[in-house]
Every structure is written in structure tokens, then in C-alpha cells.
Design a protein around this ligand. Sequence first.
Ligand code: EPU
Length: 336
Amino acid sequence: MIVQEHVSLKPYNSFGLDVNACYFCELQERRDIALLQERKVFDTESYLIIGEGNNILFTKDFEGYVIHNQLRGIEIIEETTDTISLKVAAGEDWHAFVLYCCEKEWYGIENLAYIPSTVGAAPVQNIGAYGTEIKNTVTTVEAYHIPTREFVTLTQEQCKFGYRTSVFKDCAKQYIILSVTFQLSKIPQLNTTYKDINEALRALDSQSTKALDVANVVTQIRKRKLPEPSELGSAGSFFKNPVVSKARYESLKNQYPAIISYSQENDVKLAAGWLIEQCGWKGYRQGEVGVYDKQSLILVNYGHATGQDILALARKITASVQQKFEIDLQTEVNIL
Ligand code: EPU
């Protein structure tokens, strides 16, 4: 394993921010972990494990080790007539893995097509879209637990998945995810309740909808709504959709009858994109930063923004949503 010094992180963060890492290395084999240990990397606080850097906002240079997880491999570990279990190394590309499964007609992750991520980064924030979350198909996650210096296997329950969170996000810096095991269905099981998906599939007019049809439709929707990472820097949704009590929702609904919400078991999730749009931010641009014109949840770098510029805009948005709706938006993106 080669440890490089003063490496630009521009290719390693989807905002395209021009910051440097003091040290940078690629994790290509499990035994590289022993080498990092020998260098006493884990004895300091300043290390960061990244996949593709799709959910990070660097506000300054990183004064430590950036470890780029590049572990590769997909292995079938169990197969029955109805299900298939696959162990996938953390550095595999998420969308490529989704397509691989869809082409084989294995069901369960087709709604999560075209999410920019690696397989190892996906459980950290329990990626989700169009009514599906990764937690629905994850059975175990294999990781290196830094505090105990042990290799561990966490069950789905131990991963403590929640809306855009998990034990890996709560205890950032404690785990290096090595592989994720998924159980997928060989029997067609689709979730096409989301309106846009449903309409696009009906337009296809096919006799039997396959996983790949859904993945293709989701890809088209995402391409329409979200910026292409290679063209415009962003980190997908910058904020989480806020969750409020039913009572609070009723009072907001009285005041703003058009408010967009999703009823949950005990509370109500609000569409943060709608709240932000109501505050007049959609399509806003100041210099090198802005709010995407097709989705207000997404902050964009027009080319030469700094992380501080993006953070300043995020703070203005948070303050205006607080002032208008008395709702405290939380960031989904990891701010460093
Ligand atoms: N909306 C507006 N104005 C906007 C944006 C959205 O009125 O500027 C409205 C939409 O019209 C829609 C509702 O808000 O009625 C929800 O919008 P959308 O379907 O685009 O989904 P979202 O809640 O904004 C979430 C995820 C996305 C995921 C989509 C689709 C979060 C934080 N974001 O966004 O995930 O792709 O649902 O399921 O939960 C990501 O996490 O990076 C991400 C892109």
C-alpha cells in the first residue's frame, strides 16, 4: 500500500471541492488494514474512510489520512429456489451492482438504481429512494471495528438502520465496512407505489415488468430530477426530510394547505424540498453556489465554490426555513 502526501481530493468528493488530504491511500486488500495499524493511523483521530465521497462537504483541507476503500468482489454465498444471498465488497460501485442483480432478475434493490455510491457507503446512511431503503435487503455487514481492532459481522439489527442513518453514521470513525451481504428475491417483487415510477411503467406497456424495467425507469427519473455528478457538483439531498408530530403537522397544514407530507406510524415526514422552495430558494444562485433548479434539496457547486461557500448558503436556507415554518432542518451530508 502506497501512502501519498498532499493529495488533491477533488476527484474524491462529488461536490468537486478543491481541498487536499495530508495523507492518502487506497485500501485494496484486507491486509492493508494491518499496515495502517502499523503506521498507528488508528491511534489518531484524524482519519477518514471514503467510498466515492458522495455525501461529504469538505470545508477545509483534511489534516490526516484519507483512506479510499477499493475492496472488490461479488460472491454468491447461498441460493434457494426463492432467494439469493450475495456478499459484496465495499469498494464495488453501487449502481453497477444494482444492474448486475437486475439483469439476473434478482429483486429488491431495483428502486435504488443510479444512486451515486459505493456498496460500502450505502449502509452508512441507509440509502433510500422511491419507497425502498437498503436496510430491507441487507442481512449482515462485515467491518473492521477500530476501537477493539477486531473484524466483526453485524446483523441487520445491530446496524441500527433508521431514516438516512445507521450505527456506522452514529459511530463514525469506528468502523471500516469491508463487505455487505444482501438477500434478494428470485421471485418478482416490485414496489411501484411511487407515482412517477408507476406512470413511467404504465407508459412502457409491457406484459410483465422486470427488475431491470424498474431500474431503467428510476434511472430516467433521477437523471431528470437530479444533477449529473460528472457535470455539476452536488451531494444529492443536502438536508433530511424533517419529521414532526401529527399535532404539529395539523397546525402547519392549516396554515399551508399545500404542504407535502408523508404519514408515518407515529409522526409525519415533510418534504424539505417543498419547504425550501416556499422560502424562495429554488434555482437561486450566488456566484459559484446555488440551489438546484429542479430540486431545492440539492445544493450545487457551479465550479469554483469552496466548502465554506456551500456551508454559508446551507445556513441561510436553514435560517429561512426556521423563520417561516419554525422547523430546524438537519443536514444529510457529512460536514467536515
Ligand atoms: N418538492 C418540491 N420542491 C422541490 C423539491 C421537491 O415541491 O424543490 C416536492 C416534490 O414535488 C415532491 C416532494 O417534494 O412532491 C418530494 O420530492 P422528491 O420526490 O424529489 O423526494 P425528496 O423527498 O425531496 C427523497 C430523498 C432522495 C430520493 C427521493 C426519491 C431524502 C433526504 N431525499 O427526496 O434521496 O431520491 O426522495 O425517493 O430523503 C439523497 O438522499 O441524496 C436523495 C437524492
